[in-house]
Design a protein around this ligand. Structure first.
Ligand SMILES: [Zn+2]
Ligand SMILES: [Zn+2]
Length: 332
């Protein structure tokens, strides 16, 4: 059979000879002009319906791959991309090599990419003061605010590594503590619980309706984190006995009896734990003489104190003392 087009050579492809086939058939087509949408704040690039943090080169590659239109059947193909920037416009040359039966065909397309800037949804939220939750830190002691805030920032950073929608929108220092506004209420709850666990604080959750979106109520949640009155090292009273706090968790404290030196775990929700003295305010005294459980001490005003103590002490050593109802105890 001869070529339908020229009638001279043998027909090999679609009723045409090789020469006429290659003249007539285009395997691929591509758009001449394309837009890339980039966020001016975080440089995320919009690919289809979602935003990704990829380089412009990777984005162009993904867009090129999606834009190749095949207009004739083929066996396989490969392509290379060359591009250069000219003031916000990228001229991209795409060379496609198609294999079709025993033919190898190269087709070249010139495309122009324009970069369009549009704020991504995440940055829209961020720059729009978006928040879903407030963590309220309450009843902190003066010297520990920075430590607690640093711990909280650390946890926010930790969760933000996996969830790019999590950020600290703003923070406000108040007379009664700190308010941290967060963009994600689920992560805010996790973080609040972690603070509670570390410091033995209690958590109160209060949701408020903040509006409606897509037919559903939008909730904002306030997580009030209340620190307990006691800290590790403080002297507390539990059921008429006095203890040094050694460990705190969200449900119990581990404490040492200052008379006997014995340790016990106390359920902090079931027992009333009364503050007696802060650890940093405990005074020290010198052991002058001790015999059995009778101890003679000298306090910081050089006054001699007689103490009965179950806690063994050594002469000449410094000990910490606490005075409760005119009785002096040596703190173990
Ligand atoms: Zn022909
Ligand atoms: Zn962005």
């Amino acid at each position: 059979m001869l070529c339908l087009e020229c009638g001279k050579r043998e027909a090999k492809y679609d009723g045409l000879c090789e020469e006429c086939f290659l003249k007539k058939v285009k395997f691929t087509a591509m758009p001449k002009y394309l837009e890339i949408t980039m966020c001016p704040h975080c440089h995320a690039i919009k690919l289809g319906s979602h935003w990704e943090h990829v380089s412009l080169e990777e984005a162009i590659k993904k867009i090129v791959e999606k834009s190749i239109v095949f207009e004739h059947e083929y066996d396989s193909y490969s392509y290379t991309i060359k591009h250069g920037e000219i003031e916000g416009t990228f001229d991209v040359e795409v060379e496609i090599e198609i294999k079709y039966r025993d033919l190898k065909v190269k087709e070249t397309h010139l495309m122009e990419f324009h970069v369009k800037y549009e704020s991504c949804p995440r940055c829209n939220r961020f720059f729009g003061n978006y928040f879903e939750a407030i963590i309220q830190l309450r009843d902190m002691r003066e010297g520990e605010v920075k430590k607690i805030l640093d711990f909280t920032y650390g946890r926010i950073e930790h969760y933000a590594r996996k969830n790019e929608n999590l950020f600290l929108t703003k923070e406000v220092e108040k007379k009664e503590g700190w308010d941290l506004y967060l963009s994600d209420k689920r992560e805010a709850k996790k973080i609040s619980k972690e603070i509670c666990h570390k410091y033995g604080a209690t958590l109160k959750e209060s949701p408020q309706i903040a509006g409606r979106k897509d037919g559903r109520d939008l909730y904002r949640v306030t997580y009030a984190v209340r620190f307990p009155p006691y800290r590790i090292g403080d002297i507390v009273e539990i059921e008429g006995n006095y203890y040094v706090v050694e460990e705190i968790s969200d449900s119990f404290i581990r404490a040492k009896d200052i008379k006997t030196g014995k340790r016990r775990n106390v359920d902090s929700k079931k027992h009333r734990i009364k503050m007696v003295e802060k650890g940093e305010e405990i005074e020290s005294a010198m052991v002058i003489y001790s015999h059995g459980n009778e101890v003679q001490l000298m306090d910081k005003n050089n006054k001699i104190i007689e103490v009965v103590s179950e806690i063994p002490v050594k002469d000449g050593n410094s000990v910490r003392i606490v005075r409760i109802d005119d009785v002096v105890y040596i703190v173990p």
